[in-house]
Design a protein around this ligand. Structure first.
Ligand code: AGP
Length: 601
């Protein structure tokens, strides 16, 4: 996820662009840049780092143009660096582009352009847009509007684009498909941005672009078109949100926004399937070791079950802070999978270095391009979650799970432990997870009502078996982190070996029940705690009403393969933690004593 902005008017564009970018920094902050049409030329200034680095870079310069575009980046293709920052330009620097999204067919377009003699400077998918625009600009007798339409026709994937052309000092062209874009109407000046906060300081009259729409911003008007060039007439929308709300897209908290982003993040991550290209050495792996911290460790527990089920390779999973100190047995034949949203967690990095020193190959799953982990690993798979701002991890977790499943299936494919038909069946099911996640999010009020009744329980236990046990671990962590409720998780079979002594009528027990062959066993465990006075909730894939007589409430989630259920069953638990946190008067985005990235031991 990145943020783009644009301005065309009669005052100095640079401070307007910089301020607008600051409002979008939550969308990405590993590099930033602007392109301003100053007199006859497009001046591009960009650099790795946050917007303040860009400000420092241009502090002593006078860039006085009155129109320009800007970008704040969350790297996807190419690590954060000056050259990979946006804007990207054509070879002669006469056309500049900012882009939010992912061009899925960029490799194909790039090699076609390279065959035409174009020399690329960056590793970004965006640079292909700049060169393709140049190609069509020449082919359309230098008609930039036509060149944009023709370019869009070739692009697959998602984009919000801003285009500046030196020969057209009276217009900025923007376009959208599957990435948000809004244009704002001022008085003798107009604006564009990925999100409303970029514009609110200047105007509240906006057009939200729909997919396949293009807008041309002049100083005195904005014209709207389809991407086929047909003119559109639409009344502007009046925004009456306050700025703080708008930065969160109207959600009260980033955590809620991020919970809602999961269907898209899961789909975007699933689309990586064809890009995962495991090294040949995976064929001979004899053991897999997974290590991580916190939520990422819970993704590792799910990964262990999935790998063992799909590939029959033995898997060990450990929290990184234990692994680094326990004198582990490491070998060259181990594959070492490390999971970290930030890629900067100190304990996780220490575990990586230890495993590396023993010759293990490292595969990292991370959400942050250019992070320390991504640089130190031998192979990297990036989750496509976009920036996660709330301290409590939600979309990073579900996308880590998606990566673990894909990795296990790829390994099964290359080692021949799964038939082609089975593999296809699994992939077809994975493709449905996003819409099933959407169904759960759409039904959030049921969880909200449940939380309103249960939020002041002082003991909450989560239990489950197999994959559901892993989800119990994550569910209890979520509740601890943001509701500050004492919560624990148990493998349901362990209950009678001790924890049941804690159960009384002040306890809430949440059973995660998605493993079909174990439904009955879990129903018995629920009865055992209910008999001792506990309130009970079942989060289940059972649609037959099996749990209705055993629990106080059931929350039924869409059916999926047992192995894939964690990506769905964790969502009601995230929502429950969120609503309990709100009921208790906490700020779920910034829980006490916690930091988003734990870079110290
Ligand atoms: C998750 O809600 C937590 N904030 C925390 O457990 C987190 O998952 C852990 O610190 C690991 O972070 P990482 O994924 O960035 O390595």
């Amino acid at each position: 996820m990145c943020g783009i902005v644009g301005y065309i008017g009669n005052t100095n564009a640079t401070p307007i662009l910089i301020n607008a970018l600051k409002k979008l920094e939550y969308r990405g902050y590993d590099s930033a840049g602007i392109a301003v049409l100053d007199k006859e030329d497009i001046v591009v200034r960009k650099c790795k780092g946050m917007i303040k680095s860009l400000e420092a870079k241009i502090a002593d310069e006078v860039i006085s143009g009155t129109m320009g575009i800007g970008h704040t980046r969350w790297a996807t293709h190419g690590e954060p660096s000056d050259v990979n920052s946006h804007p990207q330009t054509n070879v002669s620097g006469t056309i500049a582009v900012v882009h939010n999204g992912i061009i899925e067919n960029y490799a194909e377009i790039k090699s076609w352009l390279q065959n035409q003699g174009v020399v690329f400077r960056s590793e970004t998918d965006t640079e292909v847009i700049a060169h393709l625009l140049n190609y069509h600009y020449e082919k359309t007798q230098k008609d930039i509007f036509k060149a944009v339409l023709k370019t869009l026709n070739h692009l697959e994937g998602s984009y919000a684009l801003g285009v500046l052309c030196k020969d057209f000092p009276d217009r900025i062209i923007v376009a959208r498909k599957d990435s948000p874009l809004v244009v704002g109407l001022g008085n003798g000046e107009n604006f564009m941005g990925s999100d409303v906060p970029a514009l609110l300081e200047h105007t509240r009259e906006v057009h939200f672009l729909n997919d396949h729409e293009v807008a041309v911003l002049y100083r005195d008007r904005i014209d709207l078109f389809t991407d086929k060039g047909e003119k559109l007439i639409r009344k502007p929308f009046h925004v009456d949100w306050d700025i703080a709300a708008a930065e969160k897209n109207g959600y009260e908290h980033f955590m809620m926004k991020e919970i809602h982003e999961q269907p898209k993040a899961l789909l975007d991550t699933f689309k990586l399937w064809n890009e995962i290209d495991l090294k040949d050495s995976w064929k001979d792996v004899q053991r897999i070791v997974i290590t991580a911290c916190g939520t990422a460790y819970h993704a590792g527990v799910v990964g262990k079950y999935a790998f063992e089920q799909f590939t029959r390779i033995p898997v060990e999973v450990d929290v990184a802070s234990e692994y680094r100190y326990r004198n582990p047995v490491c070998s060259k034949n181990d594959a070492f999978i490390v999971i970290s949203q930030s890629g900067e967690t100190a304990d996780t990095l220490a575990a990586v270095r230890l495993a590396k020193s023993h010759g293990s190959r490292i595969l990292a799953i991370t959400n942050c391009v250019g992070s320390t982990l991504s640089r130190e690993a031998d192979e990297v798979i990036y989750t496509r979650a976009g920036p996660e701002i709330a301290v409590a991890s939600t979309k990073a977790f579900t996308t880590q799970l998606m990566c673990m499943y894909m990795l296990a299936l790829k390994t099964a494919e290359i080692r021949g432990t799964m038939s082609k038909t089975e593999l296809e069946k699994n992939l077809t099911e994975l493709a449905t997870i996003s819409e099933k996640a959407q169904e759960i999010v759409d039904n959030k009020e049921t969880i909200q009502k449940f939380a309103a009744r249960q939020f002041n329980k002082n003991k909450v236990f989560f239990m489950g078996r197999l994959y559901d046990y892993a989800v119990s671990l994550e569910s209890a962590l979520k509740l601890k982190e943001i509701a500050y409720t004492h919560s624990e998780s148990f493998a349901a079979g362990e209950l009678k070996h001790g924890p049941i002594a804690l159960v009384d009528n002040s306890t809430l027990v949440v059973a995660i029940a998605t493993q079909k062959k174990l439904y009955e066993k879990l129903a018995s465990n629920i009865k055992e705690v209910a008999t001792r006075g506990a309130s009970t909730l079942a989060i289940t894939t059972d649609h037959s009403g099996l749990f209705d007589n055993t629990v106080d409430e059931t929350f039924v989630i869409p059916e999926t393969f047992d192995a894939f259920s964690p990506m769905l069953s964790v969502i009601p638990a995230q929502l429950f933690a969120y609503y309990c946190s709100i009921q208790r008067g906490n700020n779920p985005d910034k829980p006490r004593n916690l930091a988003k990235s734990v870079t110290v031991e």
